[in-house]
Design a protein around this ligand. Structure first.
Ligand SMILES: Cc1ncc(COP(=O)(O)O)c(C=O)c1O
Length: 470
């Protein structure tokens, strides 16, 4: 090893130590447990490269944010030229130069019912803003949401998350009512007291990639309208081509939504940014007079770098026809994964839209003990990473679901590589080879438990599953 390599390795080791010590030791340990405590030193298109030069196809893409791939030259160029222009950062008392242009670019691509844009720095902030818009415009407090939904970790958004383990331990949240995803009768019942400001819903649920029955979303909108409840569509994960449509709600038949929340892919995952698109009358209810012009804002929103990156990404999506590409490659990926079912006992349902795809796993034999059963899917994604060089994640705590959200700049060869990696990991699973790494994983988890005696087995498994492990 050269002196430079040795120094780099020592630095990396020190970085990991610092992260463990000062940031999140539990997450660092969970990453170690699932074989993913690597340092990704470079990102290049659909690939991540680690400090040892190992090249991996990134099928998580920052929870679906890096739609244009890592470090797209046109996004870098846009950021560079924004820096070169020496525009000031967050002045606030002045007209931000690029916010109007980005708002117009967003509205031009969205449904005609939407006329105003509120910028945010994240998806959860967008949901918070949408809750305030809905409360201001209806004068009601209650929000209806779905089982298994995910809308963010801040307390307002968390009130609408349909996963109890994520809500536990934080005290009282906002008043909310939960219904099964895709159930119109339950929605009608939940809306019937006429006290709901909004029904907040993902058009395709990110957790587990659940797709609603055909026609459910337009019907949900009709029910909402009947009782004066706003339909807030959370497109934080789905918008801008992820599902093979610019906006998934429009492709499902809601072409005049009240409020749509976006983030993630808007800046291609490089700079935090988000936006809430709303009807004029809803916007007016919140910003109802001159003295309420700043009734909702934040220090970093509509920052020039974020606006520049987002404008470049929207142009890229058009120029490289990424929406169509996602639809085409997503069909190919789904069909190829589906074709593996005839050969592998461990592969259950394959589902998804565009390049937002999930597979359910079924262990080929009864597993020994609860720990192994719960960690088995993790062993599968570890095999995907170590042998197939594909980074994917387990998404669901209760079912063994693996999710793929690669960058939309993926090509046919990339699709085939994901399929080959899944094929190999399934073959390993069918023949019991995964059990080797699983046994090691279970051993590590037991050690982990011994060192953390207050934590239950479920808590450990939840912490491993909840995080975007490989
Ligand atoms: C559908 C959905 N809504 C909201 C959020 C929260 O976004 P953020 O992590 O930017 O706060 C996410 C994040 O994964 C999401 O998938």
């Amino acid at each position: 090893m050269s002196r430079r390599d040795a120094d780099a390795e020592a630095d990396e080791f020190a970085d990991r130590g610092r992260y463990r010590r000062f940031v999140n030791p539990r997450w660092a340990r969970a990453l170690r447990l699932v074989g993913c405590d690597r340092e990704w030193t470079h990102g290049e298109g659909v690939h991540l490269i680690d400090s040892q030069g190992r090249r991996v196809l990134d099928a998580i893409a920052g929870y679906g944010a890096a739609t244009v791939g890592h470090n797209h030259p046109r996004v870098i160029e846009a950021l560079r030229s924004a820096l070169d222009r020496r525009t000031p950062g967050m002045v606030h008392f002045g007209i931000p130069p690029l916010a109007g242009a980005l708002a117009e670019a967003l509205l031009r691509r969205s449904a005609p019912s939407l006329d105003k844009v509120l910028f945010t720095n994240s998806g959860t902030e967008g949901i918070e803003a949408a809750i305030k818009l809905a409360r201001a415009s209806t004068g009601r407090a209650m929000i209806v949401h779905c089982d298994h939904s995910f809308h963010g970790f801040t307390t307002g958004s968390l009130s609408l998350v349909g996963v109890d383990s994520l809500r536990e331990g934080f005290g009282e949240l906002l008043p909310s009512r939960r219904i099964p995803f895709g159930d119109l009768e339950a929605l009608e019942r939940a809306l019937s007291p006429r006290d709901a400001a909004a029904f907040v819903v993902e058009p395709v649920q990110g957790k587990g990639v659940r797709i609603p029955p055909d026609g459910w979303l337009p019907e949900a909108q009709r029910l909402c309208r009947r009782v004066g409840t706003l339909l807030v569509i959370d497109e934080v994960q789905t918008a801008f081509g992820r599902t093979g449509a610019m906006f998934e709600c429009v492709s499902q038949g809601v072409d005049d939504p009240d409020v749509v929340v976006v983030s993630k892919a808007l800046s291609g995952g490089m700079i935090p940014v988000g936006a809430v698109l709303a009807r004029e009358r809803i916007w007016r209810a919140m910003f109802s007079s001159l003295d309420r012009a700043l009734v909702h804002s934040s220090t970093f929103h509509q920052a020039p770098l974020a606006m520049s990156a987002a404008l470049a990404v929207l142009e890229l999506i058009d120029d490289e026809r990424l929406v169509e590409r996602s639809a085409r490659l997503g069909s190919r990926l789904r069909a190829s994964l589906e074709s593996l079912r005839s050969r592998h006992r461990s592969l259950g349902e394959v589902r998804g839209r565009g390049l937002m795809i999930a597979i359910d796993l079924e262990p080929p034999r009864p597993l020994r003990g609860r720990l192994e059963s719960m960690l088995w899917p993790q062993g599968f994604v570890m095999s995907l990473l170590s042998e197939g060089a594909v980074l994917a994640q387990v998404v669901s705590q209760r079912s063994a679901t693996v999710k793929f959200t690669p960058p939309l700049v993926l090509d046919e060869a990339g699709v085939d590589r994901i399929v080959a990696a899944v094929d190999l990991a399934l073959a390993r699973a069918d023949s019991g080879v995964i059990d080797g790494s699983l046994a090691a994983l279970a051993r590590m988890a037991r050690n982990f438990l011994r060192r953390e005696p207050t934590r239950s087995l479920d808590a450990v498994t939840r912490s491993v599953r909840r995080h975007p492990a490989p």
